[in-house]
Design a binder for this molecule. Structure first.
Ligand SMILES: [Zn+2]
Length: 248
């Protein structure tokens, strides 16, 4: 089962490429300029983690009942495909709807989290991005928010950059407010010294965020913004060779 989850998903990559083309064809979308690694250089690895899965659906959309685990997977596959286009080798913790536990296994949630940690530890990743959806008691709260581990200055730097991009491209126009990246004591952020962030893409307790994140085009634009800023942050000044400016 683990080998399945580690497999690169060519179909997802193709799907992401098609959606990227669709997104770029839209005049309403600003095209980010991204750092692209020179051909022939070793490709840095990045882990893209779709939160929850299987029996653990995460939070649920209040309007439609959509499961966080399914939306996380959709965003993660898009993001991973785009990061591969950017020159990364992408390791997905899961590339299907199931969780990382075995049928009949006891303590499924802890087994799932342990396997995610193992994947991160073995990946040699230069960064980890974990995709989640948020919820809050006040349904008016909306927008994307980024978390990092307090002990990691590089995690904080990546989180700040991602949050700044999401504030610029989504939070002010859509949510009417900005967020600051926040420190969080989360297991998934503590499995490597490489910068690791959790991106809470929006609040499924808010009808507008739920509608947006249930929309394929919105998810593609969101993933594109994420891929752009993450590629820029993880390749600039990296030991992985000459970095040149390019576009998707
Ligand atoms: Zn979650």
């Amino acid at each position: 089962m683990q080998s399945d989850t580690l497999k690169k998903t060519k179909a997802a990559k193709f799907f992401a490429a098609v959606l990227t083309a669709v997104v770029l064809a839209s005049a309403a979308v600003a095209i980010p300029v991204c750092a692209v690694l020179t051909a022939g250089e070793a490709r840095p690895v990045i882990v893209v983690d779709a939160g929850h899965g299987g029996l653990d659906g995460g939070v649920v959309g209040t309007r439609t009942g959509v499961k966080e685990s399914d939306l996380n997977l959709a965003v993660a596959l898009l993001l991973g495909g785009m990061l591969e286009e950017e020159g990364f080798d992408v390791v997905f913790t899961r590339a299907g709807k199931g969780g990382l536990y075995l049928d009949g296994e006891r303590g499924k949630k802890s087994a799932d989290m342990r396997r995610r940690a193992d994947i991160i530890a073995r990946s040699g990743a230069v960064g980890v991005v974990s995709i989640h959806m948020n919820t809050f008691s006040d349904p008016s709260r909306r927008g994307a928010q980024v978390f990092f581990d307090a002990s990691s200055s590089r995690g904080r730097a990546l989180a700040d950059a991602v949050q700044t991009e999401l504030n610029r491209s989504f939070n002010l126009p859509d949510a009417g407010r900005e967020f600051a990246a926040l420190a969080a004591d989360k297991f998934i952020l503590q499995q490597t010294s490489a910068p690791s962030v959790i991106v809470e893409c929006g609040f499924l307790s808010n009808p507008d965020d739920e509608r947006n994140l249930s929309d394929e085009g919105y998810r593609a634009r969101f993933a594109l913004a994420l891929a752009g800023v993450i590629a820029r942050e993880l390749t600039s000044g990296s030991p992985y060779g000459t970095v040149s400016a390019g576009t998707f």
